[in-house]
Design a protein around this ligand. Structure first.
Ligand code: GLN
Length: 286
């Protein structure tokens, strides 16, 4: 890892595998870092387009930090990708996960089918859900978060994606700053859903670097926020409005029960590409 005059991917991959990572992880992270740093894809490299010397040095530096601290590459570089768009991230926001695409895709489908206009995204974090719903529909999306630092990032993301007039952000603890007369056609949320007892089993990258308040619930089943959001959702939904959640592994049944207990109907459970139940959707009984 000492010669930093040219890009030698094999050296970087070896540094990863020496540190105990698989070759697949190494390749994926190195390609990701190159794309974030210099905008070049693996295809560009194959046809001989190379990053600048400055970018190569930044890449080596990034890999060194990544392997010595275990901090996720997205956080070191301050950016990640979600649904093909570049999103700013920080230690105050969850790094957008590929499985969250399913929630956005389902939301977009329902919004288009019903010509919905107003959407609320609770716990918006980096704003990835709010921005991608706004980008792919004509709806206006209000993203809320309890964290000022997360809201700043969400706002930057909306600005860079040119969505300032349709992805709006507000500081609010769940519904605390949503006025009674504000009504939405859809409420979406990817809330914290990891029970505290699971903390020791999480990867260091998540446990040490991602914000606790974005990850953990207080209750032992990870259901705290599904309960809190569902119990108030009806008040802020229009007639036949939808409630959509991303859920953790094996939470589908419990979340379905919570939604049914507050009168939500036509409950649908969707599986992600790996076959895990990831999204629960339901219609307000109003
Ligand atoms: N809505 C954001 C995301 O899905 C943040 C979610 C969270 O912090 N729990 O990435």
């Amino acid at each position: 890892m000492n010669t930093i005059r040219e890009l030698k991917k094999s050296d970087l991959i070896k540094a990863y595998t020496d540190a105990g990572f698989s070759t697949e992880t190494a390749v994926a992270e190195i390609d990701f870092a190159i794309e974030i740093i210099s905008g070049l894809t693996p295809k560009d490299l194959i046809i001989g387009i190379m990053p600048s010397l400055k970018d190569i040095q930044k890449l080596y530096e990034t890999v060194r930090t990544r392997l010595s601290t275990r901090q996720p590459v997205a956080q070191i570089l301050g950016y990640s990708f979600f649904m093909g768009c570049k999103f700013e991230v920080s230690m105050n926001t969850l790094i957008p996960r590929p499985e969250t695409e399913l929630l956005v895709k389902k939301a977009v489908e329902i919004i288009k089918d019903n010509d919905f206009k107003q959407v609320l995204d609770i716990g918006t974090g980096s704003g990835c859900i709010a921005c991608m719903i706004a980008k792919n529909t004509h709806a206006q999306v209000l993203g809320t978060d309890i964290s000022n630092n997360a809201l700043k990032i969400a706002l930057n993301n909306a600005m860079h994606l040119d969505l300032m007039n349709r992805a709006l952000f507000r500081k609010s603890d769940l519904f605390s700053k949503i006025r009674e007369e504000e009504k939405f056609d859809m409420i979406v949320s990817n809330p914290p859903y990891i029970p505290p007892c699971e903390k020791p089993h999480l990867q260091i990258e998540v446990r040490e670097f991602e914000p606790e308040m974005a990850l953990f619930t207080k209750d032992s089943k990870g259901l705290e926020f599904y309960e809190k959001i569902t119990s108030c959702a009806d008040k802020f939904l229009n007639k036949n409005g939808y409630l959509l959640f991303e859920i953790g592994i094996q939470q589908a049944c419990d979340v379905q029960k919570i939604m049914e207990s507050y009168g939500f109907k036509n409950i649908e459970i969707l599986k992600d590409v790996t076959g895990i139940e990831r999204v629960v959707a339901g219609v307000s009984a109003k």
